[in-house]
Write a protein that binds this ligand. Structure first.
Ligand code: 2RA
Length: 344
């Protein structure tokens, strides 16, 4: 029987992607949709300005949206996917966990808390064991798992593939799609013929989240990876798909052939939304490209290419679909991991 799930923040850009991915999902059944108070009581069709690239699912369209309040969500809903703005998430997500709901959240609030697992299933599924620490410390009947920021998810799997060479210094420069700014943010028409060389607190997220994801958990405490990470983030007029240029210095010598083999061989998982392969390495130096390659593995795979040795270490480019692999798909995958681990 499918697990009954809800979407917190169902009308936003990531909420819409969540519905697109969850509606046909065989393991999950959408049973609750929440949004702001002004949407409460409306049908989803009335409340959402549907903009994703497939029609609004008809059964979801007629569901009634409620306020984002634990009292409004049926008790037999076991898992909530949250795509709330972080300031709202910080206020309301803990209340849902306290009331016994398990929350798989894409919101950035709490990602760096010591007892909140920040997870990319193919990279650090073992960090889910932090939930025992979380239960002890917070006394929640439910639980909270976070997925990282979209631009972090794009490059961390490639670093995980190279970790056996000893990661010392990483520099990443991003070229981020406008859909990452949400429907009310910058639009591609606004920055046509332009690029914006700064994105909010994005640099900090890449630097800190990557160290947490690649850190190790000893059963009691999480140690963050000690590699140095420096990030610079740019918004470009691409609709979907974050492209990133990465330079990595490793302790051991690393050739481009070794790096390509390590990325290609990096294991995926058996979870329904996990792609195989996880990382697709292109021979062509001008790939991956957002428009051509963002739908690799149904938008859940990472593209890599342009590997070369430089005075600053190995250099390569990587790409992921930011609202699928980088956001909604990442939360769904964490939900599948929770289910697989008997945590629902
Ligand atoms: C962006 N990181 O692309 C955001 C989306 N979460 O700006």
């Amino acid at each position: 029987m499918a697990v009954r799930v809800g979407v917190l923040g169902a009308t936003g850009a990531v909420g819409q992607r969540l519905i697109q991915l969850l509606e046909p999902h065989p393991e999950f059944e959408i049973a609750a949709l929440t949004a702001s108070d002004s949407s409460a009581g409306k049908t989803y069709r009335q409340a959402a300005k549907w903009r994703v690239d497939s029609p609004i699912p008809s059964d979801v369209a007629e569901m009634t949206v409620t306020a984002t309040d634990p009292d409004e969500v049926p008790n037999d809903v076991d898992l909530l996917f949250s795509s709330l703005p972080s300031s709202i998430g910080a206020d309301v997500e803990p209340g849902f966990c306290e009331d016994g709901y398990v929350v798989s959240s894409n919101s950035s609030n709490g990602r760096m808390a010591d007892d909140i697992p920040l997870v990319i299933p193919e990279v650090n599924a073992d960090h889910l064991d932090l939930l025992e620490v979380q239960r002890d410390e917070r006394g929640w009947d439910g639980a909270m798992v976070k997925n990282p920021n979209c631009s972090t998810i794009t490059f961390v799997p490639t670093l995980a593939a190279l970790a056996e060479y000893g990661l010392e210094k990483v520099h990443v420069s991003t070229l981020q799609a406008v859909s990452g700014a949400g429907y009310d943010g910058v639009s591609s028409m606004e920055i046509i013929d332009n690029a914006i060389p700064h994105i909010g607190s994005e640099e900090d997220k890449l630097e800190t989240e990557s160290r947490k994801l690649l850190g190790s958990f000893d059963g009691a405490e999480l140690s963050h990876n000690e590699m140095n990470v420096s990030a610079s983030c740019n918004r470009i007029p691409t609709i979907d798909g974050h492209l990133e240029n990465v330079w990595v210095e490793t302790e051991d010598d690393l050739t481009t052939e070794e790096a390509a083999s390590a990325m290609e061989a990096y294991p995926s998982l058996d979870l329904r939304s996990s792609p195989d392969p996880l990382i697709h390495v292109f021979d062509e130096p001008d790939r991956p490209q957002p428009r051509m390659d963002r739908t690799l593995g149904d938008g859940m795979a990472i593209g890599a290419g342009g590997l070369q040795e430089t005075p600053f270490g190995l250099q390569y480019n990587c790409l992921a679909h930011n609202t699928i692999r980088g956001a909604a798909g990442a939360s769904v995958l964490n939900g599948e991991l929770l289910l697989e681990n008997g945590l629902l």
